[in-house]
Ligand binder design. Structure first.
Ligand SMILES: *Cc1c(COP(=O)(O)O)cnc(C)c1O
Length: 456
């Protein structure tokens, strides 16, 4: 069998992308106050800002959209999607929402109270924010390997069961349920093993606590299990997915990831306990329970997307993309977080730009340099995102300075990634000339979205 893993699709509709000159990019970036979030998307050649809602739908999904039933109540689209979700998850109750954070907000509103404690491998930022909004405490308990960038543990997203048990012994009364995020987005898109989910579920059961999965990338996680977990190599993705869900009692999902759609999300639950309250809240803030803030056509596109995402040739190509770019970068001596996750490659900016002190935001500067060099947009995961300027004018800094290159699903081909590797390689040779930045204007919260900068 040939070794080249190809994109398992051909292209039916194209969207032109435009290469600007270096001079234009300098002007555009300076007009954007050295913040790539402020660029117009059509001034970006390869956009690796996020894999969320940026994927391409298939011809079958577009066809399904024409079947969308836009009835306010009881639309056929709802029942078609419900059937798919019931089959995949094994859970009878399904509640559509407009995206993942709405699912979180609704579930947490009905299932947590102030002072509750929720363990997770790593809470995604909207998950943490929605829990904290309800005055619950979000506790991150990923295994120690998950925090070591160069560690090549195959399941760096696993939760540390000993620490979960300590928490349960100490605080069981305050824990309404446990969560686990598959794959672990905030931990580099690292997978969780089936063994870890099963053991976590058994541990929670001993304390009579349900398990809720954050399943934004359930199919990518299942493919990692097939490729890396002993004894799993001959199983179908669907059977691995089924087993993952069988250990849990419910899930929240952002369909903008492995739902293969541009908008959507849902809650699915095994028993009735939270369903009625969640549906009542849904009516208040999202819409009637059979559409939940989405159009009927969105539900139909998702029903098809959930089937397509579990196709093995797609997943093989998907995970290979990150691995391929990771290998190309390593060959040129560019340090990345190991091993590459499912949806992104993370560059280590401290290693790339050793001449820049943390006060000049190396990862932010690398992001800017990547745009200037080749029109590529990544996102800073460093001290602009996680640091803070305190009232006395001093700064706090993040432990790591990373640039995330996230891959939209089915959008770019291998030559696009060859181009990304080439641009990074050129940039590496001129790394010394990359200039740092200082922040000239910022907000108190989530400053990275709107910060304005100048050259340091
Ligand atoms: C994206 C994401 C969410 C939130 O979903 P949105 O659709 O962006 O609201 C929650 N958890 C994880 C792991 C995610 O990746």
């Amino acid at each position: 069998m040939p070794k080249t893993i190809i994109e398992p699709f051909r292209i039916k509709a194209v969207e032109p992308i435009r290469l600007t000159t270096a001079e234009q990019r300098r002007e555009l970036l300076e007009a954007a106050r050295l913040n790539v979030f402020k660029l117009h998307a059509d001034d970006v050649l390869i956009d690796l800002l996020t894999d969320s809602g940026t994927g391409a739908m298939s011809a079958n999904q577009w066809a399904a959209m024409m079947q969308g039933d836009e009835s306010y109540a009881g639309a056929q689209s709802f029942f078609r999607l419900e059937k798919v979700i019931q089959r995949i998850t094994g859970y009878p109750f399904f509640i559509p929402t407009h995206q993942g954070r709405a699912a979180e907000r609704i579930l947490f509103s009905v299932a947590t109270k102030p002072g509750d404690v929720i363990p997770n491998n790593t809470h995604f930022d909207t998950t943490r924010a929605n829990l904290e909004y309800g005055q619950a405490v979000a506790v991150d308990l990923v295994i120690p390997e998950g925090l070591q960038p160069q560690n090549t543990h195959p399941f760096k997203g696993n939760i540390d069961l000993e620490r979960v048990e300590d928490l349960l012994k100490r605080d069981a009364d305050r824990i309404p349920f446990g969560m686990i995020t598959i794959t672990n987005n905030s931990g580099g898109g690292q997978p969780v093993s089936l063994e870890n989910i099963r053991a976590y579920s058994e541990l929670l059961k001993r304390y009579d606590k349900p398990l809720i999965l954050d399943v934004c990338r359930f199919a990518e996680n299942a493919m990692f299990i097939k490729l890396r977990e002993p004894g799993m190599e001959n199983r179908t993705i669907e059977s691995i997915v089924h087993e993952m869900f069988s250990y849990a009692d419910g899930c929240t999902m952002s369909a903008k990831k492995d739902g293969m759609v541009n908008i959507g999300g849902f809650i699915a639950l095994r028993d009735e306990r939270w369903v009625e309250a969640a549906r009542n809240l849904l009516i208040l803030t999202e819409g009637f329970p059979t559409y939940g803030g989405l159009a009927g056509r969105d539900l139909d596109a998702l029903a098809v997307g959930l089937e397509e995402v579990m196709q093995e040739d797609y997943l093989r190509y998907r995970l290979r993309t990150a691995e391929y770019l990771g290998q190309r970068l390593q060959e040129t001596g560019i340090a990345i977080v190991q091993p590459p996750g499912g949806h992104a490659v993370y560059l280590d900016a401290k290693d790339f730009l050793p001449h820049l002190p943390k006060e000049q935001y190396p990862a932010w500067s690398l992001c800017n340099a990547l745009y200037l060099q080749g029109g590529i947009r990544g996102v800073e995961i460093g001290s602009v995102m996680f640091g803070k300027r305190l009232d006395d004018g001093t700064e706090t800094y993040h432990s790591m300075e990373l640039v995330r290159l996230a891959f939209p699903r089915r959008v770019y081909t291998q030559s696009h990634f060859d181009y990304v590797a080439e641009v990074l390689c050129e940039l590496k040779q001129n790394a010394k000339s990359v200039r740092g930045v200082r922040i000239t204007k910022q907000t108190r919260f989530l400053r990275h979205f709107t910060a304005e900068c100048d050259w340091a």
